[in-house]
Design a protein around this ligand. Structure first.
Ligand SMILES: [Zn+2]
Length: 263
């Protein structure tokens, strides 16, 4: 092999290495993970606040059939999951997740990001808190529920960490912009929450053991399954998109991805 051939080969290998570590996010994959479908366009407070793009249309089309999950990247690096819409009347996080999907769609990222913008599109389409009479953030520990499906999927996909985005009623619990975590059995939950809290200025709220105060919360069920997880809350009235709430939720999402060095 002469020197020129070697140079060409080295260059080719270099390009290959770059592409294997930085995945182009444009090839997003959209799939349905549970039969909770609904028409998001019927909720004007959501639909009027999300970017009108091809990927948005594709997500909305999928949401008619079930819980859409959008996957970006497939290269080396961490696999993380972002969830919104566990409660169908908490609109800012779902809008922020759609903004994030549109942001990631034009970016190169390091690793894989799974985004579930509407856990129960049927509930979001009507701004209702429960799905089929169930509070989905209290049944993630029960087999067969949509949130339990997310827990099992996060294990199967070997997710490094998961963040679940909500909004909280002023005067409710916790009633403030905040990041929730537990220290045991997944201490990483506390580390992630501490970072997001520090960067956003939102309150850090933590307990020692997962599954005690909120046994069926998605965050707790993930932490108990050893998938480190946090819950991020922004203050906004239920069924409403209060001023500044979407951007706060969106910043929480970006900060989470920065913590995991995906972006
Ligand atoms: Zn909630």
């Amino acid at each position: 092999m002469n020197q020129k051939t070697l140079k060409v080969l080295a260059c080719f290998l270099g390009v290959l290495m770059v592409f294997s570590t930085i995945s182009l996010a444009s090839a997003a994959k959209i799939e349905n993970i549970y039969g909770t479908g609904g028409d998001i366009t019927k909720n004007k407070k959501v639909y009027n606040n999300i970017p009108k793009t091809t990927i948005t249309n594709n997500v909305i089309a999928n949401a008619k059939k079930g819980t859409p999950m959008v996957t970006f990247g497939s290269g080396n690096g961490p696999k993380v999951m972002i969830v919104a819409g566990v409660h169908g009347n908490e609109l800012p996080a779902s809008i922020a997740a759609m903004k994030l999907i549109n942001y990631l769609n034009k970016r190169s990222i390091k690793g894989t990001v799974y985004v579930i913008p509407f856990v129960a599109p049927y509930s979001t389409s009507r701004s209702t808190r429960f799905w089929k009479g169930k509070n989905l953030n209290s049944v993630a520990n029960i087999a067969g529920t949509p949130t339990n499906k997310i827990v099992r999927l996060s294990k199967k996909l070997k997710i490094k960490s998961l963040a679940d985005f909500h909004s909280t009623l002023p005067g409710g619990v916790p009633g403030r912009n905040s990041i929730l975590a537990t220290k045991y059995p997944s201490y990483q939950s506390y580390r992630i929450a501490s970072y997001i809290s520090k960067k956003t200025g939102h309150a850090l709220i933590y307990e020692y053991r997962a599954g005690v105060s909120y046994p069926g919360a998605l965050e707790d069920a993930c932490n108990l399954a050893r998938v480190p997880a946090v819950t991020c809350e922004v203050k906004s009235r239920h069924g409403n998109v209060d001023s500044g709430s979407v951007i706060r939720s969106y910043n929480q999402m970006l900060t989470f991805l920065k913590y995991e060095k995906v972006i």
